[in-house]
Write a protein that binds this ligand. Structure first.
Ligand code: ADP
Length: 496
C-alpha cells in the first residue's frame, strides 16, 4: 500500500494540492492562483484550461517538494468550487466558452422568469434548491443559447458539460471518464436528489440535451486513473465532493444531526440530515452531502454572504487593525458591545430573511462608542447570523442541534467561538486541523482503496483543539438576540 493520499482542492481563486499521511498530517502542499475574468458588470468567468493546467502543476509541485512519485500516492480525491460550469468539445477537449463561475449573475433575469412562470415548487421538490442563477442549470443554457451552433452540436453528442471536478476527471483520465459525483450534481438544479438522476422535465424546460451530461456517481469509488504523462505513472482517482460537502465529511460529521460551520470570507453551515432530505420553510437549501457505500446522506445548507469579510472591512477600509486576528483582543478589551449592533449586510441579507437589496448598518452608537465596541459588535454579528441559520434549521428539523464543528480562517478567534456557543446555546468543537475541505476529499478517496477501512478509522484522526461551552444566561441570550433582530429589521426597513 502506498503511503499517502493526494487531495486536489480547486477553489474559486486558486488551485491547491495537499498530500496527507494516514493520520491526516500534511506531508506536502502547493497552491497557485489563476486568473479571474470580469467581462461585464456582475459576470465572472474562469479559463477552464488554465484551471486544469494550474491544478496539475500544483500537484506536480507538491510531489516534487518531498521527492515523491505517483507510486507514493494510494489515491487522489478532488474537491472543488461548486456550480461553476464548463462546456467542452468532446473531440478536442477544448472548452467552447470560459467556465461560468458560481458568482456570475448573468442568468438572474432568466431565473426570475422561471420563478414568474411558477416553477419554484417543482424545482424545489425535485432538486432541493431555490431557482437561482447561482446553480449550473441556467449557466449551461446560457452557453448553449449564446455560442454559435452549440445546442445543435450538443444534441449531436459533440459537446460535454461538467462542473469542475467532472472536467478535471475527464481531462486527467485523457477523456475516458465523464462522471460527476452526487454532491456536485445536486448543485446543478438539474439533478433529482431523490431518484439520483438527471431530471427529464427540468432538462426539457431549460432545453439542455441529456447526452452532454456526465454520469452521476457516488463520492467515493473507482473513477479512473490519471494518464501517466501527468505524474510519471497512473494515480487512481477515487474521491470527489463539492467544497462544502467535503468540509462536512472532513469534519467527520458522518451522523444525522451533526453540523459544521466554515468561517471564511462568507460562512457556510451544513447539517447532516441522514438518509432523508429535509425541506426548509426558511429558504435553506436541501442538498446531497455524499453518496457512499450505496447510501446517500442529505444536508441542509445555509450561508451568510459576509463573515470574515466584515473583519477584512474593519481592517482594510476602517483601518481599525493591521491583522484580522487582532480583532479578538480588541473585542475582549472592549468588555461589552454596549448596545451597539452591526448588521454586515454588505451584499444584501440571505437566509432566512432574503433581502438582496438590504445594506449594512451600525446601530446604538453613543459618544462613548469606540473602535473596540464596533469590532466586538461586528464579531458578534457573525455569530448572530449563524444563529439565525441554526434556528431556521431547528424549525425545519423540529429540534436544535447540540454541537457544531467549526473550521475556516475566522474560527481561530476564541472570542467569536465563545460568543457563538453562548448565543446559540450550543457546544462548539474546534479541531486541530481546520483544513477540513481537502481532508474530506482525501478521506473519500482513501475509503475507496481501503487506505481507510471505515469511517471509524477516520474519526480516530480527529484531534480536538478546543471545546467552547455555553456560559450565558438565557435572559441575557434572549435580550441580545432580540436587539439583533430589531437591528436586522431596521436595516431591512431602510432598504429601498
Ligand atoms: P476563504 O477561504 O473564504 O478565503 P479563510 O478561511 O482563509 O477564507 O478565512 C479568512 C477570513 O477570515 C478573512 O476574511 C479574515 O479577515 C478572517 N479572519 C482570519 N483570521 C481571523 C481571526 N482570528 N479573527 C477574525 N477574523 C479572522
Amino acid at each position: 500500500m502506498s503511503k499517502y493520499i493526494m487531495a486536489m482542492d480547486e477553489g474559486t481563486t486558486s488551485a491547491r494540492c495537499v498530500i496527507y499521511d494516514k493520520k491526516g498530517n500534511v506531508i506536502s502542499s502547493a497552491q497557485r492562483e489563476f486568473r479571474q475574468y470580469f467581462p461585464e458588470d456582475g459576470w465572472v468567468e474562469h479559463d477552464a484550461t488554465e484551471i486544469y493546467a494550474t491544478q496539475v502543476s500544483v500537484a506536480q509541485e507538491a510531489l516534487l517538494k518531498q521527492n515523491l512519485t505517483y507510486r507514493d500516492i494510494a489515491a487522489l480525491g478532488i474537491t472543488n468550487q461548486r456550480e461553476t460550469t464548463v462546456v467542452w468539445d468532446k473531440a478536442t477537449g477544448e472548452p467552447i466558452y470560459h467556465a461560468i463561475v458560481w458568482q456570475c449573475r448573468r442568468t438572474s433575469e432568466y431565473a426570475e422568469t422561471l420563478k414568474a412562470k411558477g416553477y419554484e415548487e417543482m424545482i424545489r421538490q425535485k432538486t432541493g434548491l431555490i431557482i437561482d442563477a447561482y446553480f449550473s442549470g441556467t449557466k449551461i443554457k446560457w452557453i448553449l443559447d449564446h455560442v454559435d451552433g452549440a445546442r445543435k452540436r450538443a444534441e449531436r453528442g459533440e459537446l460535454l458539460f461538467g462542473t469542475v471536478e467532472s472536467w478535471l476527471i475527464w481531462k486527467m483520465t485523457g477523456g475516458k471518464v465523464h462522471v460527476t459525483d452526487y454532491s456536485n450534481a445536486a448543485r446543478t438544479m438539474l439533478f433529482n436528489i431523490h431518484a439520483l438522476g438527471w431530471d427529464e422535465e427540468i432538462l426539457e424546460l431549460l432545453d439542455i440535451p441529456k447526452c452532454m451530461l456526465p454520469m452521476p456517481v457516488e463520492c467515493s469509488g473507482n473513477f479512473g486513473e490519471t494518464i501517466p504523462e501527468l505524474f510519471g505513472g497512473p494515480i487512481p482517482i477515487t474521491g470527489a465532493a463539492g467544497d462544502q460537502q467535503a468540509a462536512l465529511f472532513g469534519e467527520t460529521c458522518f451522523r444525522e444531526g451533526e453540523a459544521k460551520c466554515t468561517y471564511g470570507t462568507g460562512s457556510f453551515l451544513l447539517l447532516n440530515t441522514g438518509e432523508k432530505p429535509v425541506f426548509s420553510d426558511a429558504g435553506l437549501l436541501t442538498t446531497i452531502a455524499w453518496g457512499l457505500d450505496g447510501k446517500v446522506n442529505y444536508a441542509l445548507e445555509g450561508s451568510a454572504f459576509v463573515c470574515g469579510a466584515a473583519i477584512q472591512w474593519l481592517r482594510d477600509e476602517m483601518q481599525f487593525m493591521m491583522e484580522s486576528p487582532e480583532s479578538e483582543q480588541m473585542a475582549i478589551d472592549a468588555g461589552s458591545s454596549e448596545g451597539v449592533y452591526m448588521v454586515p449586510a454588505f451584499t444584501g441579507i440571505g437566509a432566512p430573511y432574503w433581502e438582496p437589496d438590504a445594506r449594512g448598518a451600525i446601530f446604538g452608537i453613543t459618544r462613548a462608542t469606540g473602535r473596540g465596541q464596533i469590532v466586538r459588535a461586528t464579531l458578534e454579528s457573525l455569530a448572530y447570523q449563524n444563529e439565525d441559520l441554526l434556528s431556521a434549521m431547528a424549525k425545519d428539523l423540529g429540534k436544535r442541534i447540540v454541537a457544531l464543528k467549526v473550521d475556516g480562517g475566522a474560527c481561530r478567534n476564541d472570542f467569536l467561538m465563545q460568543f457563538q456557543s453562548d448565543i446559540s446555546d450550543t457546544e462548539i468543537v474546534r479541531c486541530k486541523s481546520i483544513e477540513s475541505t481537502s481532508l474530506g476529499a482525501a478521506y473519500l478517496a482513501g475509503l475507496a482503496v481501503d487506505y481507510y477501512t471505515s469511517k471509524e478509522d477516520i474519526i480516530e484522526n480527529k484531534e480536538v483543539d478546543k471545546v467552547f461551552t455555553p456560559a450565558m444566561t438565557s435572559e441575557e441570550r434572549k435580550h441580545m438576540l432580540s436587539g439583533w433582530h430589531r437591528a436586522v429589521r431596521a436595516a431591512i426597513y431602510m432598504t429601498n
